[in-house]
Design a protein around this ligand. Structure first.
Ligand code: SF4
Length: 320
């Protein structure tokens, strides 16, 4: 039984065979056939997709897009805590919340626990986080009475990366940095989301130029629904909520680290600097991210995505 209170079986298959959501086909119940595994709640008595025996990736994506539009209509006017509850109720499959213990993620964690919303809480331990982040991780588990599931890089891939480029090879070039982000973050995230139908993240639309288009519910390119419950909140609103509810926060925020990632790749920013200017600060590109939010629909989980990234005026730290 998963932490989503959904019984789950897994059957290895050489390739995906279909995808079926109960909102599309009420005969099958809330079962999901996803990449290489069957995951979901009820027994699937009959798979009768609307369009033929096996639905194409495009049909599956269109189905997700229809659900996203429906959820946006239902949830946009609600408080973020109600958005979280409504998303959990309406997504017929496992939902994962990924936290990097930033300001937004801590507020989301508080709302999930305060409302007793049953969501799988996951973090990506890159092995290079700040000591303060590990402290906050432990403090959050104590405060909210849960174990946060940690996903680690693949041992062989990490050993190979460090063997090729050294322990701090990410300073050498954009390509090496992207490889490090892929091994330590993107590939583990792909595993964390492998069986999920919903993903909760701490993105805000005013965090950066490239995040202006952030929607409340979007179709993620991994083939799932992505909820950004704080998409229309400012950093100040999030911080006010955190202080009012005594949410444990990373002390680095008060030392100029507004967006906190791996220790060797994050510095404090000066007043007026863009929010994410302290991430990979030695890179000159305007766009700087690690690829967590950019995989193309249907792209294999093992490929290396392009890293993009950016910064906006001083707002807040994002999910990983
Ligand atoms: Fe590696 Fe830096 Fe990316 Fe962390 S942020 S995964 S240390 S390159």
């Amino acid at each position: 039984m998963s932490s989503n209170h959904i019984g789950e079986i897994e059957i290895a298959m050489p390739q995906s065979i279909a995808a079926d959501l109960n909102v599309e086909n009420s005969r099958t119940g809330p079962g999901v056939l996803a990449a290489r595994r069957i995951a979901g709640g009820d027994l699937i008595l009959d798979v009768a997709p609307r369009h033929g025996r096996a639905r194409s990736a495009e049909e599956y994506r269109n189905s997700l897009a229809a659900q996203a539009a429906q959820l946006n209509g239902l949830l946009t006017d609600q408080h973020p805590a109600e958005r979280l509850a409504g998303f959990r109720r309406r997504v017929a499959g496992p939902v994962v919340f990924t936290t990097s213990f930033g300001l937004e993620d801590q507020v989301i964690l508080h709302m999930l626990r305060d409302k007793a919303i049953d969501i799988d809480v996951v973090t990506l331990d890159t092995g290079r986080l700040f000591p303060e982040t590990y402290e906050l991780w432990a403090e959050s588990e104590r405060r909210y009475g849960l174990r946060i599931r940690a996903i680690y890089p693949q041992q062989q891939a990490l050993e190979s990366l460090i063997g090729r480029h050294g322990i701090n090879g990410f300073y050498m070039s954009r390509e090496v940095r992207s490889s490090c982000c892929h091994v330590r973050k993107v590939e583990p995230l792909n595993r964390a989301l492998d069986a999920a139908l919903g993903w909760i993240v701490g993105l805000r639309a005013d965090q950066s130029g490239s995040r202006h288009g952030t929607a409340l519910v979007a179709v993620d390119d991994r083939g799932l629904l992505k909820l950004s419950p704080l998409f229309d909140w400012t950093r100040e609103a999030v911080r006010s909520y955190a202080l009012a509810h005594r949410v444990p926060l990373n002390p680095l925020h008060d030392r100029g680290f507004l967006s906190i990632g791996c220790a060797p790749c994050t510095r404090a920013i000066a007043p007026g600097e863009l929010e994410r200017a302290g991430r990979w600060w030695w890179e000159q590109d305007e766009k700087k991210e690690c690829g967590l939010h950019g995989r193309k629909f249907g792209e294999p989980a093992t490929s290396t995505p392009a890293c993009t990234g950016e910064g906006s005026k001083t707002t807040g730290g994002a999910s990983p």
